[in-house]
Design a protein around this ligand. Structure first.
Ligand code: F6P
Length: 540
């Protein structure tokens, strides 16, 4: 495949620049709704299990038209097909990117025999653990970090309604010993299963925590007069890794493998999903995969103009490179999705936080926005003030789930009313006149009326997307996560970057290895003055 043009080297990019100056910069979404009664329907997209209302975004049909031209000129479909076909699109590591193969039905995707062989074994093992009367396990501790932690840590609470009630799940990631100490404190070694999850099985944090867990396990078993040793390790420790040799050297005898064509942040569908499979069972885990596969088909087959991940990725480019918005806030109105913003931070910022193109040429435009957020309604009582009245425009992504899995219907209505109210308020704002006409019971009685009105004015025209799921089922969650993956692919492809490497974490790791012995010895020779000064303060 000859190199596809980078977004800024296309005619569509120039056309978008002109469109932005003429119509984009001063676009008012309130006027757009007034002009076009069909706007909501025209900018609604139904993808498998996920509906998206794009109509509160700062786009009109012309914007979408130019953005689709951009996608075509950047040969997005060709790039997508290359990824799906297993071409080595992760060029700096010379690897294909095939997380979609992990959720393809048996016999349909690449490496199907390998994928389904491991999946069958993994789910069989998970079912064994779930049979708590036989397995004797009550607590599952996942030890991993980044992609070997965030996916399971996000999915298990999200699917709480499906989680085995006889099992408790714990996630240890930080090399900070406070993390594992707090988890171990409440556990009984005899009924605890440790999953050591690491693609490489070399990650400092995970190895340190795994060793701490093993030492604690040995000590506890000795204290309790129970058998530890190799047999205990074999029963109570399971590995998930591409590095089977290192897992064996650690003393782990049960290991589920995966492959170097699965990126860490795209790995919850692989054996890294073991805590999820234990939590929700094999049928539900397969449903999670099926939902993701349905979104994969949509991404692969839907025309660009109705392709949800593509449209979201295009709007991301529009906001980042034309409006110059630097961040996006994610507000899931579902407490189960409390870790989704953290999960998306890794997915998007580790994938697209790049400053050179595929040829290594420095980019003259911005790439990944900062992705951040909290579940609603909590965020409303924290940072939403800034979203409504701050000086920066931050697009917000609301996620609403129509049917809860609890019986508190009235509370659910309150939750959804809040969700709708926030996107409405961001868009509509409040004029100074409207503010002046209101009573403000908590306002100072001495403040000038006009000054107060200016404090109480909302500019409005602040964009948002609302994603709607019917119920947060395993299938719907799978589709939602896959949608985000493909959206990240879309913006990354247009920017002409490699969304699948992460060299940015290397330098800190190397410097850490160099500083570690100095923290014990106190040696500051050759260090910059700041690092030397701090090291002296912290050395123990
Ligand atoms: O932070 C870098 C990174 O390589 C992530 O991409 C990855 O998810 C994480 O570390 C954990 O790596 P591993 O699974 O090899 O322990």
């Amino acid at each position: 495949m000859s190199a596809a043009p980078r977004c800024d080297q296309t005619e569509a990019w120039a056309a978008l620049k002109g469109h932005f100056v003429a119509h984009g910069r001063d676009f008012d979404v309130r006027d757009a709704f007034a002009r076009d009664p069909g706007r909501f329907a025209a900018l609604g997209v139904q993808a498998p299990l996920v509906y998206a209302d794009l109509s509160k975004n700062l786009v009109d049909t012309a914007t979408v038209h130019f953005l689709l031209d951009l996608a075509r000129e950047c040969r997005l479909e060709e790039r997508r097909d290359a990824m799906l076909a297993g071409a080595p699109v992760n060029v700096t590591e010379g690897r294909p990117v095939l997380h979609t193969a992990l959720r393809a039905p048996r016999g349909q995707g690449a490496h199907s025999d390998d994928v389904h062989g491991v999946l069958d074994a993994l789910l069989g093992y998970a079912e064994g653990v779930r049979d708590v009367a036989r397995s004797g396990f009550t607590d599952i501790v996942n030890i991993g970090i980044g992609g070997s932690d965030l996916g399971p840590q996000m999915v298990v609470p999200a699917l709480d309604a499906y989680v085995h009630r006889g099992l408790r799940f714990h996630f240890v990631s930080n090399v900070d010993g406070h993390d594992i100490s707090a988890v171990l404190r409440g556990l009984d070694a005899r009924s605890t299963l440790f999953i050591v999850a690491s693609k490489t099985f070399t990650t400092q944090e995970t190895m340190a925590n795994a060793m701490a867990a093993r030492a604690w396990f040995d000590a506890e078993m000795a204290r309790l007069g129970a058998a530890a040793g190799p047999a205990g390790h074999a029963r109570h420790f399971v590995g998930v890794t591409t590095n089977l040799k290192a897992a064996a050297e650690f003393g782990i005898t049960t290991t589920f493998g995966f492959w170097d064509w699965v990126g860490g942040r795209y790995s919850l569908w692989s054996a890294i999903g073991l805590p999820i499979a234990i939590a929700i069972g094999s049928d539900n885990f397969r449903a999670l995969l099926a939902g993701a596969h349905a979104m994969d088909r949509h991404f692969a087959e839907a025309p660009l103009a109705q392709n949800l991940p593509v449209l979201l990725g295009l709007i991301d480019v529009w906001y980042r490179n034309f409006h110059a918005f630097t961040s996006r806030s994610v507000a899931p109105y579902h407490q189960g999705l409390k870790r989704l913003p953290a999960y998306l931070q890794q997915l998007e910022m580790e994938s697209n936080g790049k400053r050179v193109d595929l040829e290594g040429v420095t980019l003259p435009f911005g790439t990944s926005p900062v992705v951040w957020g909290e579940p609603g309604t909590n965020g409303q009582h924290a940072y939403f003030q800034m979203l409504h009245q701050g000086t920066d425009v931050i697009p917000v992504e609301f996620i609403a789930v129509r049917t809860p899995t609890h019986g508190l219907a009235d509370q659910h209505r309150k939750l959804l009313a809040n969700c709708l109210a926030q996107s409405q308020a961001l868009m509509l704002g409040k004029s100074s006149d409207a503010a002046a006409a209101e009573r403000a019971p908590t306002a100072s009685t001495t403040i000038d009326r006009d000054v107060l009105a200016r404090h109480r004015t909302f500019p409005g025209n602040r964009p948002s997307t609302t994603l709607v799921l019917d119920t947060l089922t395993p299938q719907a969650l799978g589709a939602l996560i896959a949608m985000y993956e493909h959206r990240v692919f879309t913006s990354g492809a247009l920017w002409g970057i490699n969304s699948f490497d992460q060299w940015g974490v290397e330098l800190g790791k190397a410097l850490c290895s160099e500083l570690l012995p100095r923290l014990a010895s106190g040696d500051t020779s050759g260090l910059d003055a700041s690092t030397a000064g701090l090291l002296k303060m912290l050395a123990t």
